[in-house]
Every structure is written in structure tokens, then in C-alpha cells.
Design a protein around this ligand. Structure first.
Ligand SMILES: [Zn+2]
Length: 375
């Protein structure tokens, strides 16, 4: 730069911590092991199934583990699909641990119920924030000079196969349809303020994560209870309800597990031995072995909701009705009524998942997402 030479390095030690740009396999293995170690320590303070409410476990993962695991990810480049999968598996492992989900649960629902972004989404979001920081760095700093220089090099394609932050951020901006911001910055040196950019970046990543979640779930199932009950990434209504009603905690945390049951392909109901195409719908509406449970539940629901609302509820489509039982929004009722309904449904159906699991170890009733079997 100018009359000084600037050496490029693959690693740099900043306040005692070494940052790596090109992260190799060994380092990813060590990140993965470190994550599992952190989870093991957090298990001691309740970050596990039947421990803390998953809302708090999710916060601890976000605030304590993620910053450490993804430290310096703004400058990582050339991540392979395998590296990313390793990180995603680690997060799903954490999600299953705190929710007590089966190892083969659909991976999308595991993190969506906790309001987590995928790891690649988190990395991309960090890079978008880093872009803002670079743009607003004092123009006297060498870093800023380097940034402007590399940006110009990229624009005129002066370097063959450029690597590092600049080509990566261009890719990310294009991926989220935000490329016009960098084009505009190149032309006019204008860039949105911190608050505006933060919200643009967050909303773009969230929109994409939601699309990936819905797409991922719909590619596996036909009538999707999980997505109907929980249409957007965010803390599940059931966990919020659990927070307000700690006495129903154990039953609600088991009710949530019904969201993780496979839908789509025909399976055999472990209780009545019928072949069914959508197990949650079958269990809540049709299974003859659960007639008594269902009737008792409806008696209580009619007391809570009144006859008119119960009839409206009963007339809903199967998918919508079961989704309501599993946390879908209740537009008409207040929080208190929602909580009463949830605790009633959980009282009668909280144990059903475990009944299925016990009666049917070899009948393949749980989800068929097998890419995580080694997580
Ligand atoms: Zn059945």
C-alpha cells in the first residue's frame, strides 16, 4: 500500500487469541469438540431435557457458546460443505439435548422451535455486520485502505481468483439480494447507518432462514403439522406457555415431542396397529386406542372454551386442529385461555410420544432424517 508492503497471512493473533482465515478440518474438529465440551458443562446448570425451560437454554447457547465457537468467523473463507455440516450438526445436537428430541428428528424443526438461525446463517450475519464495521472504520486506518483497495481490485477483476472477505461478502450480498448496497457504496460512498443496516441484515437473514425451514420441512412431509403449528423460526408458543405454567412443564415438554414425529410416509401406529399416513393427526383424531383419552380431553376443553368455540375448533381441518393443539397461534383467545388449553392437551397427550416409542422400537415411527445420525 503506497510505499509500504503489506504481507498477507492465514492467521493473526489478536489479544492473545489466534484468528484463522482459512479454517482447516482439524480446527473444525476442535470447534466441534469444544462445543460438545461446553454443552457438557452447561448440562450441569440445567441445559438439558427436563432441566431449564428451553427458552433459557436457547439463550445460554446463543450468548455463551456461539460467540466462542464462531469467534473470528467474519474472516473465515472457503468453508466447505463438510465444515458447515459439522457446525450445523453441533447445533442440532444442542437443540436435541435441550428438547429431548430423538436423534432422527427433522433437523429444521429442532432449531426452529428454539428460534435459532442455522450456523451458516449466523456466519453470514456476522460477515454482514463486519462489512458495516469496515465501511465505517476511520479512513486513516490501514485496514480501511486495504478494504477500499481490495474492493476496487475485485470490481475491475485485477486479481485472478481473489480469495478472502471481499469475494465472500459479494456472494453473501447477492445471496440475500442486497448487492445494490455495495454497488451504491462503490459509486457514491454512501452506506446505511448502523441501525438501518443491522435491521436490513437481520431481516434478510431471518427471511431466508424461514424460507429454508419451510422448504426443508415441506420437502419431507405432505400435510405439515410442524410448520402449521410453528410457521416461523422463533421460540415455540408451547415453551412460552411452559414458562407461565411451571407446574405443567414436564407434560408440555413431552407434548412438544409430538411435533418431531415423522409425517408423510405410511407408518404403523404402535397402539392400534393401523397403517397411517400422518401419525400426529391419527393420534389426536382417529386412534381407537386413545378414544378415552381424547374424550376426556374434549370434555375439559369444552369447559374451558365453551360450546361455541369448541364446535368451531372441532370443525377445523385435521391439520389445523392438531396444529392448534401443538402451539399454533390462537387469534381469538387471550393468553390465559391458551395456557389452559395447552396444559389440558399436555395432560392427556404429553405421554403419548413415549408410549409410541416404548411400544414401537422397531416400527420406524420417528422421523426419517438420517443425515444427523452421527451428530
Ligand atoms: Zn392408532
Amino acid at each position: 500500500m503506497g510505499d509500504k508492503s503489506v504481507d498477507e497471512v492465514d492467521s493473526y493473533t489478536h489479544v492473545g487469541v489466534t484468528l484463522y482465515a482459512c479454517v482447516d478440518q482439524d480446527r473444525f474438529n476442535s470447534i466441534s469438540n469444544r462445543g460438545k465440551g461446553m454443552l457438557a458443562s452447561l448440562a450441569g446448570v440445567g441445559v438439558r431435557f427436563d432441566g431449564l425451560n428451553p427458552i433459557y437454554s436457547a439463550i445460554l447457547w446463543d450468548k455463551m457458546c456461539i460467540p466462542s465457537l464462531l469467534y473470528g468467523c467474519e474472516v473465515w473463507y472457503n468453508l466447505s460443505g463438510r465444515d458447515i455440516l459439522k457446525l450445523e450438526r453441533l447445533q442440532r445436537f444442542a437443540g436435541r439435548l435441550v428438547q429431548g428430541f430423538h436423534i432422527l428428528t427433522h433437523c429444521e424443526i429442532v432449531i426452529a422451535l428454539l428460534g435459532w438461525f442455522s450456523m451458516i446463517g449466523r456466519i453470514r450475519k456476522a460477515k454482514l455486520s463486519f462489512l458495516y464495521k469496515l465501511i465505517y472504520t476511520n479512513s486513516m486506518c490501514l485496514v480501511k485502505h486495504m478494504f477500499i483497495f481490495r474492493l476496487a481490485q475485485y470490481e475491475v477483476k485485477a486479481v485472478h481468483k481473489m480469495q478472502g472477505f471481499i469475494p465472500e461478502i459479494h456472494e453473501i450480498l447477492e445471496y440475500y439480494n442486497l448487492h445494490n448496497f455495495i454497488v451504491n457504496y462503490n459509486d457514491t460512498r454512501f452506506f446505511p447507518s448502523k441501525i438501518v443496516w443491522k435491521s436490513i441484515a437481520k431481516e434478510s437473514v431471518l427471511l431466508n432462514e424461514n424460507q429454508m425451514y419451510v422448504y426443508g420441512m415441506s420437502s419431507k412431509t405432505v400435510e405439515n403439522i410442524a410448520v402449521t403449528a410453528h410457521p416461523n423460526i422463533g421460540i415455540s408458543n408451547l415453551y412460552s406457555s411452559m414458562k407461565r405454567m411451571p407446574h405443567s412443564r414436564a407434560q408440555i415438554s413431552r407434548l412438544v415431542k409430538l411435533l418431531s414425529i415423522s409425517e408423510g410416509l405410511s407408518v404403523i401406529c404402535s397402539m392400534c396397529r393401523d397403517v397411517v399416513s400422518n401419525l400426529p393427526i391419527h393420534l389426536f383424531i382417529y386412534c381407537v386406542e386413545l378414544n378415552d383419552v381424547r374424550n376426556a380431553m374434549w370434555d375439559e376443553l369444552i369447559d374451558i372454551l365453551g360450546v361455541t368455540l369448541s364446535v368451531i375448533l372441532g370443525n377445523k381441518l385435521d391439520v389445523d386442529l392438531v396444529a392448534k393443539f401443538l402451539g399454533a397461534n390462537w387469534e381469538l383467545e387471550d393468553e390465559g385461555v391458551f395456557d389452559k388449553v395447552v396444559s389440558t392437551v399436555a395432560k392427556y397427550y404429553g405421554h403419548v410420544y413415549e408410549l409410541c416409542l416404548k411400544a414401537d422400537d422397531d416400527n420406524n415411527i420417528i422421523s426419517n432424517d438420517s443425515d444427523d445420525s452421527d451428530a
